[in-house]
Design a protein. Structure first.
Length: 295
């Protein structure tokens, strides 16, 4: 059995840790309320943006746009992934769950370029041999739409220059305070199967044939404006949801850590009392033995 001094030191250490986890939980709770409200306010707009652009493309037939042109041929497609994680740890499995979407998915290090948003994701994915382009970690401190535009321009430029052929977005959807869902979506380009599915959904919604979309001005000019806005909107929506998810995950992790610390303190308290009782019993035994020896 450990000595009373060792038990007391460990108990004091865990009590100090417990105070830290309690404080971090309170901070995360306050940040979560703000981030949650922001995510709930912005989510309808970005969902509508995705449905609107999908509906337009479904009614456009064969569109001619560099952002929508899927690479043909048997060559390996280069994939670009916008990976959104946090700058800090102590958030349970929040970061690792998003990273697994890449490392355990169909994204080989040789054919994938990562656009990291968040220091933890960038450090982890680089250790696994992936190539990172840019560093947008500071964005996670307070995401703004201008930050999403900057990221969107970087990704769009890589797509136009042929560095990548497909664009994916990996982030965490905020469902509620205790549930965050790691999500991977394909942003561009839309494959033939995607376009056919959009057309079927549009036809089903209209309960009949769907008329083709008329563009004013021309199709190329209109889509040249709408598609970048679509990219930026999805990125900003993902950033806002990721911040809420991060604080929700950290709050849950700190709550669990505090509960575990309290259980350990109770256990160490029992061990300390037993050790103290054993020491007192030992002293009494020695006193009685000494008195008996004198007699």
């Amino acid at each position: 059995m450990a000595s009373m001094r060792d038990i007391k030191r460990r108990k004091e250490s865990i009590q100090s840790t417990s105070q830290i986890t309690k404080a971090m939980k309170l901070v995360s709770t306050v940040k979560l309320q703000k981030a949650k409200g922001r995510a709930e306010e912005t989510k309808p707009y970005f969902d509508k943006m995705y449905r609107t652009v999908s509906g337009m493309l479904a009614k456009s037939g064969s569109v001619n746009n560099p952002y929508l042109a899927e690479k043909t041929g048997d060559g390996t497609k280069k994939k670009g992934v916008i990976l959104i994680t946090s700058n800090r740890g102590l958030a349970g499995g929040y970061n690792s769950n998003v990273i697994k979407l890449i490392s355990q998915g169909e994204f080989s290090p040789e054919n994938t370029i990562i656009f990291p948003v968040g220091r933890k994701g960038m450090e982890s994915i680089q250790r696994q041999g992936y190539t990172c382009k840019g560093d947008f970690s500071e964005v996670m401190n307070n995401p703004l739409f201008g930050d999403a535009v900057t990221i969107g321009k970087t990704v769009a430029s890589a797509l136009e220059d042929g560095e990548i052929d497909e664009v994916y977005l990996a982030y965490t959807v905020f469902k509620n305070t205790v549930t965050q869902i790691p999500t991977l979506i394909k942003m561009l380009p839309f494959s033939k199967e995607d376009m056919e599915e959009m057309q079927e959904d549009a036809a089903e919604e209209k309960k009949g044939p769907v008329a083709l979309m008329n563009y004013e001005p021309e199709e190329e000019e209109t889509l040249g404006y709408i598609i970048p806005l679509y990219i930026n909107s999805l990125i900003f929506g993902a950033l806002v949801e990721a911040v809420a998810s991060e604080n929700g995950a950290r709050m849950q992790a700190m709550d669990s850590a505090t509960s575990n610390a309290e259980e350990m303190i109770d256990t160490l308290g029992l061990q300390y009392n037993r050790a103290r009782q054993a020491a007192i019993t030992q002293e009494l035994t020695e006193i009685v033995a000494g008195a008996s020896a004198i007699e």
